[in-house]
Write a protein of this length. Structure first.
Lengths: 773, 194
């Protein structure tokens, strides 16, 4: 016996050591990969890349508020000055005219190759007449000074044309030379990080730098009320990681303390309490190791939720410990409850295996984690715990509690009619609201608290940067081809803007080589420039001396070599080019963000009709919703398979239609009523609710099976029911606390499981007839 | 009793005189207070601009509308329809004939901003803003005054040398601008009867 005992412990310890070894060599990641499909479509691939690495993912919006405007402006300037030297940031903008001279100079020097208005007609007498008349109009406005400055060297108006094209981009309000919200209560900065938004550690560092810059700027001014706010995809990633981590840690700690106190009262032995945690601990190690081996890496999300999912493992120890009768041994107890416990674990595994097949990497990892974890937990309970329990251990729950519980259980079946009515009512509610059952919006997937989402919307609104929702994406083998495609499509889009299908779009500043050469060729020589000007000046009131140097200048410009990408670097313009023109794989990608899209379908249709260039019109919102919709549908489908597998398993084990029906009924009733309850409280179901329901079935099936188990004596029945009560209490404590989390994800999971566990227990008592002797 | 009262009154006399003097001293503060009383004003204007790049003056005329403190509209009717609307620091330039609509956030164009503020702040009686951009020299009296505005910022000075606004009471009669390159413009304003 002792030898066998040592052998068992040895095997267990060896397995744990193996798990630890695997874990020590595991790769842990926290990027967005868990949220992405394993086999994405090309559009999804683009979407995912944009969300993960795109320029949008690298923007951080910063707000400073809580002080008078002049103070906020000083803070903004000091922060920007400090952050501009930060190597982790590629751009810091707060409205100050820093670096604009560089851009302006670039536009001015290269206006003839950059302006798409340059054609041979532009420099004919008629063309110059048009542009100079436009100048004349401008001379009557407050822009007259600017117009006069550029007029002599740029009579065809290329610089103004270029500036006009850049109009319509973000225009926050300004006070004291820096960007402010419209109401003047918040100074605004826009920061672009070097690393992608999915590099959460880098984003966290940048957030710290911004905080430090704020502190350093605000401290000398001695303003106590000034506050810093940040938002953006990277900030969200950092916050949600922190909030899930903090909430999960904090709430798990409180839950552990509560559950431990309860069990300590029950067991009256710290050693037994510690033993009770062994199954979960072993399960967690086994789960991480299995995921590491199966997937090559472990996602942070899996770690966070996995342990929650195998919380059922705590119940195993409770079932064992609380059902040892006086003067009995753990082995005897196990003999009695093992078939039920085993069936319960198998049922849970059937449920979780649904997740294993998910195309959603995060879900699949969670599935594998739970299965490996539960197998390890139940194995530890079955083979390890009995060997470690102190001899003669048994639990003495208060006899009054037992009697009271049994009296409730005996009377429970009277509530069947009421329950039937409740379930029917819930079903009809679900039927009525069946269209609004699922929430596929990104918001529901976002692990962010609602306040963060609101703050983001507000800062974006203040900044005048709407969500980038539509993007036109072109792809070609080389840079020149993709730029040519862009030019071709820009012409079509300009027509669309005129027709009102959208407000505008951002074109890359760099023209294709071909377009640049065509523009240089379109420039007149000095003689014809002079001649055409003279002709125009006959009917326009400009002094001819004004344009004295223009003919030489344009002749000089004609000799200019075309620009390449490097020539545009060093300012905001170069930065914008880098974010829209990318080398990807063997080819080049050009992205044109579209603003104020009103009719996406028409835009796509018209472009297809006008060009054969391949393009993708990416609707980030619809595409991401579609992606999550697909996941959710897939997850529901697998959940259904899981349920069928559970029923099949029960048939094989229980061999009685009636018993299978009785075991399933409380679970089905609990799921229906929880779902109806969620709908009533205004929660449409997300994928996390689905996971929660899966957990309800996993935990609840144990209750139902124990109620269904034939007990040898009333004492046995009482012990069984009491142990279910304690197991249930520990689940409710654990998950109930999660529902206090700010994170919608944890909240959904916590409230669903806590309520579902209670209902499954109550419904099992109501619906399952004891078949005791 | 009598002498005492008399002495008291004599002692008070200088004080009373000074109080009297304070109320009658007319200066930028008083002028701005008067101007600030006008909450809404409509007027017609005629403008002549003498620009070095042109060989004849640009002439235009149209209507003005001011709503205190931040809304100003200038609608040119001749020779060509054109409108300038200033609202909350954003200037919209609309030239329908050319299908041109430009929106300028004034703070991004300091020189334009300074010029626009010279008119807006004067009409609104906003002395602090005016003093932020200009050194102020006031000539004349309440009945007939002339405000000379000299830009403080060197960038603005590079473009604008001086703005002269003259008026009577709480009304503006004319605005003259003298640019640093020798260009100048004058606008005569005829306010509609309230």
């Amino acid at each position: 016996m002792s030898c066998k005992r040592h052998g068992t412990l040895g095997v267990w310890l060896a397995l744990l050591a193996l798990c630890l070894f695997i874990i020590s060599r595991s790769v842990f990641n926290t990027d967005m990969s868990a949220f992405l499909p394993r086999s994405p479509t090309p559009t999804q691939q683009l979407l995912v890349e944009q969300l993960r690495d795109g320029v949008v993912s690298r923007l951080i919006l910063v707000g400073v508020e809580g002080a008078p405007a002049p103070v906020l402006a000083r803070i903004s300037k000091a922060m920007a000055a400090r952050l501009r030297g930060d190597s982790e940031l590629v751009a810091v903008n707060n409205g100050e005219r820093v670096g604009l001279e560089k851009d302006f100079g670039l536009l001015w020097r290269n206006r003839y190759v950059l302006s798409d208005a340059v054609t041979p007609q532009r420099f004919t007498a008629q063309g110059l007449h048009d542009s100079l008349s436009a100048y004349l109009d401008l001379l009557g406005t407050p822009m007259s000074a600017l117009a006069q400055r550029v007029l002599p060297d740029d009579p065809s108006g290329e610089l103004l044309h270029l500036l006009d094209q850049m109009e319509g981009q973000a225009h926050p309000a300004m006070r004291d030379e820096v960007w402010f919200s419209r109401d003047g209560t918040r100074a605004m900065l826009l920061v672009q990080t070097r690393d992608s938004g999915s590099d959460i550690d880098a984003q966290e560092r940048v957030m710290q730098h911004i905080q430090t810059a704020f502190d350093a700027a605000a401290q000398p001014l001695q303003v106590s009320g000034a506050r810093l706010q940040m938002t953006g995809p990277g900030v969200f990633a950092v916050q949600s990681r922190a909030s899930i981590r903090d909430d999960a840690w904090r709430l798990s700690l409180i839950a552990t303390l509560l559950v431990a106190s309860m069990l300590l009262l029950l067991y009256r032995s710290p050693r037994v309490l510690a033993l009770g945690l062994l199954p979960v601990a072993s399960g967690a190690l086994a789960g991480v190791a299995a995921v590491s081996v199966g997937f090559g890496s472990v996602h942070g999300l899996t770690l966070g939720f996995g342990v929650t999912l195998i919380g059922e493992g705590v119940d195993y120890a409770i079932y064992l410990f609380t059902q040892i009768e006086q003067h009995g041994t753990p082995q005897n107890t196990l003999q009695r409850i093992w078939p039920t416990l085993r069936l319960g674990v198998l049922t849970s595994i059937c449920g979780f295996s649904a997740m294993l097949f998910s195309g959603f990497t995060g879900l699949a990892q969670l599935g594998l984690f739970s299965i490996a974890g539960l197998v390890a937990a139940v194995g530890t309970t079955r083979w390890v715990l009995p060997n470690l329990l102190p001899a003669g251990f048994s639990v003495h729950a208060s006899p009054r509690l037992g009697a009271a519980v049994m009296s409730v259980v005996r009377h429970a079946p009277r509530a069947r009619l009421a329950l039937a009515v409740l379930v029917l009512a819930a079903l009809s509610l679900l039927f009525v609201k069946r269209d609004g059952l699922w929430n596929d919006s990104l918001g529901s997937m976002s692990p962010l608290a609602r306040e963060s989402q609101l703050l983001d919307a507000q800062l974006r609104n203040d900044m005048g940067v709407p969500d980038v929702r539509y993007m036109l994406i072109l792809h070609a083998d080389d840079q020149e081809s993709v730029l040519r495609q862009g030019e071709e499509i820009a012409v079509i889009l300009r027509g669309q803007v005129q027709a009102g299908a959208l407000d505008g779009f951002d074109v890359p500043l760099l023209p294709s080589h071909r377009a640049q050469l065509a523009r240089l060729a379109a420039l007149p020589d000095a003689a014809s420039a002079r001649e055409n000007l003279e002709q125009v000046l006959r009917d326009l009131p400009f002094r001819s001396t004004t344009f004295a140097t223009f003919p030489q200048q344009i002749a000089l410009a004609k000799q200019q070599a075309p620009l390449d990408r490097a020539a545009l670097q060093g300012g905001n313009l170069g930065l914008r080019l880098d974010s829209s023109l990318l080398q990807r794989g063997s080819g080049w990608v050009l992205m044109l963000p579209l603003r104020g899209v009103r009719d996406a379908e028409r835009i796509g249709h018209d472009i297809r009709g006008a060009t054969r260039s391949p393009f993708i019109l990416l609707d980030m919102k619809r595409e991401s919703e579609q992606m999550f919709h697909d996941y959710r549908r897939e997850a529901s489908r697998y959940a259904l398979f899981g349920a069928l597998a559970i029923v099949a398993l029960l048939f094989v084990s229980l061999r009685s239609v009636r018993r299978v029906f009785e075991v399933c009924l409380p679970l089905v009733a609990a799921v229906i009523i929880i779902t109806a309850g969620l709908m009533l409280t205004g929660h449409a179901l997300s994928i996390f609710h689905l996971i929660g329901l899966l957990l309800v079935v996993a935990v609840g099936s144990n209750y139902a099976l124990f109620f269904d188990r034939r007990c040898a004596s009333p004492q046995d029945r009482e012990r069984t029911v009491t142990s279910l009560l304690f197991a249930n209490a520990s689940t409710v404590l654990g998950f109930g606390l999660l529902s206090f989390s700010q994170s919608p994800v944890l909240n959904a999971l916590g409230s669903t499981v806590a309520a579902g566990a209670v209902l499954s227990l109550i419904f099992s008592a109501i619906l399952i007839d004891g078949r005791d002797a | 009793m009598m002498p005492r009262t008399l002495i008291f009154l004599l002692l008070c006399l200088p004080l009373l005189c000074r109080a009297e003097a304070t109320t009658t001293t007319w200066g930028p503060t008083q002028l701005m207070q008067d101007l600030a009383q006008v909450k809404i004003a409509k007027a017609t204007f005629t403008e002549r601009k003498f620009l070095s790049v042109l060989n004849r003056p640009l002439e235009s005329s149209g209507t003005l509308l001011f709503q205190s403190p931040g809304h100003l509209e200038k609608h040119t009717l001749k020779p060509k329809a054109e409108s300038l609307v200033l609202d909350q620091g954003v200037l919209t330039i609309d030239i329908p004939a050319r299908n041109v609509k430009r929106t300028l956030v004034l703070q991004e164009y300091p020189a334009v901003w300074a010029f626009v503020e010279s008119i807006r702040s004067t009409l609104a009686g906003d002395l602090p803003t005016l003093e932020r951009f200009y050194k102020i020299v006031l000539d004349g009296d309440a009945a007939r005054w002339k405000l000379r505005l000299l830009p403080l910022d060197s960038g603005t000075r590079a473009v604008m040398r001086e703005i002269r606004i003259s008026g009577r009471g709480d009304r503006v009669d004319s605005i003259e601008t003298f640019e640093s390159n020798g260009d100048h413009a004058s606008m005569d304003v005829l306010e509609d009867a309230p």
